[in-house]
Ligand binder design. Structure first.
Ligand SMILES: C[S@@+](CC[C@H](N)C(=O)[O-])C[C@H]1O[C@@H](n2cnc3c(N)ncnc32)[C@H](O)[C@@H]1O
Length: 345
């Protein structure tokens, strides 16, 4: 909470003053593939030979990384800690892409635009880099690869799949439409868990190209189809709609347009399931544990002029578009906001 009962002022400021340096030291470890090279423990001299860097300078970096608890040192031999292991690029659940992206020169440049974004309410990415976030990734191979690696990692504590399947099992679903559903993985898993249900993946042409393979891999090719869709124009009809990681990419006005299109495609009583990070209501105190959520919210502002929202904010958007019975399923963090299409007015 906001009060600070033990005086941890020094610790708070020390973390802040050196936060960027800590992240950049970890990024150097990732960029040099140092964690990969430490799959076998070694002295600075041995590891320097493995990755072809200056041994005495590597020793200084390794000692700094030891102070950050990414490696330990005993008799001059450095060993990865469990956190350091996660910066290997070649392990399941790797955070290599995450640190490479979050402490990248392009992310740092974007974040340096935060004061101006706060002054104007406008995003920073295009102002700083001269092109949109997505165009930047498309025209910069290395950044694109890093972004894909970071996204492939997914959100470890925020996988909504189990929540989604439990919720869908309570519906009498016939046709599930995943609006902006990407390559169809979430939809395929849901349809596979629900015998007799049809799935419709609605996304842009280039994105749905991979869908047939994803459907086949999940054994649902005979019950799923992929259709080209611009969700600002029209959405395929159905009785259950999924919007996963869509609304946080857009401002309120654009969200309203998407939701209007969904409502037009929904039969009365149809279900809408929004899968998003839901901000807690924190008008009377903010927990330090909320930091990742608020930093994600600022990332959406800076990159896209978009936002994360509280349940009340989602309810406002959904109700304005003709949905009712809005409720949250799951805790704050990644959860579901579900609603029902009210009788068309
Ligand atoms: C952040 S991704 C979310 C993908 C997927 N729902 C998920 O949760 O992983 C946003 C998706 O919206 C799609 N998209 C963006 N603009 C769109 C539009 N105008 N019409 C349809 N889909 C769109 C993108 O192609 C992308 O698949």
């Amino acid at each position: 909470m906001d009060e600070n009962p033990q005086d941890d002022t020094e610790q708070i400021l020390s973390d802040l003053l050196r936060g960027a340096m800590r992240a950049l030291a970890a990024r150097a470890m990732a960029e040099l593939r140092l964690a990969d090279a430490l799959d076998v423990p070694g002295t600075a001299q041995e590891v320097a030979e493995r990755i072809d860097v200056d041994p005495s300078t590597l020793q200084r970096l390794l000692l700094a990384l030891a102070s950050l608890r990414l490696v330990t040192v005993q008799d001059g031999v450095f060993t990865l800690t469990p956190a350091g292991q996660r910066l290997r690029s070649d392990v399941p659940g790797s955070d290599w892409g995450g640190i490479m992206m979050m402490a990248s020169p392009w992310t740092l440049a974007t974040w340096s635009g935060l004061p101006e974004s706060v002054r104007t309410g406008q995003p920073a990415f295009e102002r700083v880099h001269g092109q949109s976030f997505w165009d930047y990734l498309r025209s910069n191979d290395e950044a694109g690869r890093i972004f894909d690696a970071a996204m492939a990692r997914g959100s470890r504590d925020r996988d909504p799949t189990a929540l989604l399947h439990a919720e869908l099992a309570t519906y009498d679903a016939r046709t599930i439409v995943d609006v902006g559903g990407g390559t169809g993985r979430l939809l395929s898993q849901a349809v596979a868990a629900l015998p007799g249900v049809r799935g419709v993946l609605a996304d842009q042409e280039a994105t749905i190209a991979q869908a047939p393979k994803v459907f086949a891999d999940h054994g649902v090719a005979d019950r799923c189809e992929a259709v080209v869709c611009d969700f600002f124009e029209a959405v395929p009809s159905g009785d259950v709609f999924l919007l996963s990681n869509i609304l946080h990419d857009w401002d309120d006005q654009r969200c309203r347009t998407i939701l209007d299109r969904v409502r037009e495609a929904a039969v009365d009583g149809a279900r809408l399931v929004v899968i998003e990070t839901v901000l807690p209501d924190e008008t009377n105190g903010v927990s330090p544990e909320s930091a990742p959520l608020h930093l994600l919210d600022l990332t959406m502002l800076l990159n896209f002029g978009a936002r994360e929202r509280t349940l009340a904010e989602y309810a406002g958007l959904l109700e304005a578009a003709g949905f009712d019975d809005v409720r949250q399923v799951g805790d704050t963090g990644r959860s579901l906001v579900v609603a029902r299409a009210g009788a068309a007015g």
